[in-house]
Design a protein around this ligand. Sequence first.
Ligand code: COI
Length: 340
Amino acid sequence: MAKDIDWANLGFGFSEVNCHVQAVWKDGAWGKLELVEKPYITMHIGASCLHYGQECFEGMKAFRQKDGKVAIFRPEENARRMIRTAIRTVMPPVPEEMFVEAAEMAVRENAEFVPPYGTGGSLYMRPLLIGTGPQIGVAPAKEYTFLMMVMPVGAYYKGGLKPVRAVILDDWDRAAPHGMGDVKVGGNYAASLFAHEKAKREGWPVELYLDAKEHKYIEEFSTSNFLGITKDGVYVTPDSHSVLPSITNMSLRQVAEDLGIKVEVRKIPYEEVRELAEVAALGTAVVITPVWEITRGSEVIKISDPEKVSDTLLKLYHTVQGIQYGEIPDTHGWCHTVEV
Ligand code: COI
């Protein structure tokens, strides 16, 4: 029940809400979006998502704004990215209008679970597209399920804006150069789980990946994109075919330009990390999480103060969150208001 939630101490985890939204694709067409109360689905034991990983997902957030309205941040961009992922994984794309309608329905039906303004929380939205038809030979399924699940969340990493340590574990890669790193499939996260758990056990909340071919260039963190701020104050982020095109990163590049910060999307050699003034992880879930230290083998690169977030990261963070919470004018039209 929403009234029992301790909003100020929400972590990032599953909790039950009123319902989720679901639709089924079969015989070549999408069926109606429907509200489903139970957080379970029944599927064939031969479903292609179970055997061949034919699935993808998205992550987005709805915010309770200063004036009491509820707004989803850039759902159209998530819809477009899910279409690109669906094409890459040979699934029927969910049309943008249907995706946005499902998002609106999920928010409307669960409005009481959108954390109150001022608590720092948001309603995390997890659109999911899975092959649910049986497929035993390797081929795309003939039936699919799309669903939109939501839950109230707080900070992804304990402490929110508190800087974290990261590690590069050269024995594991996240995504191959012509693999699926640039689309949002569960397999990319499965590929990182072993290293992710090892890193956590050994004291690093997040691991950073280099390009799989040469281990020469920075790619991204397991959970999020990489942002570096150079000593000259330039926003640098990797240009790579195997990095997920993060909507948070895309938005922050625009915010940076609006703030007069120069932006460069280019290859970042590992050695350059030693010269960076600041590093952060960027994503819907992690927002902007400063990274104060990066370890690779015996090298420990201290980037910034573990106790203090620099002015540039703070400015970027407060601007994007200010837009999301309706405190700063939404000049780019990023907030999609839902009548609740
Ligand atoms: C998100 O940022 O929404 C993601 O999907 C990443 C996941 C690690 C939580």
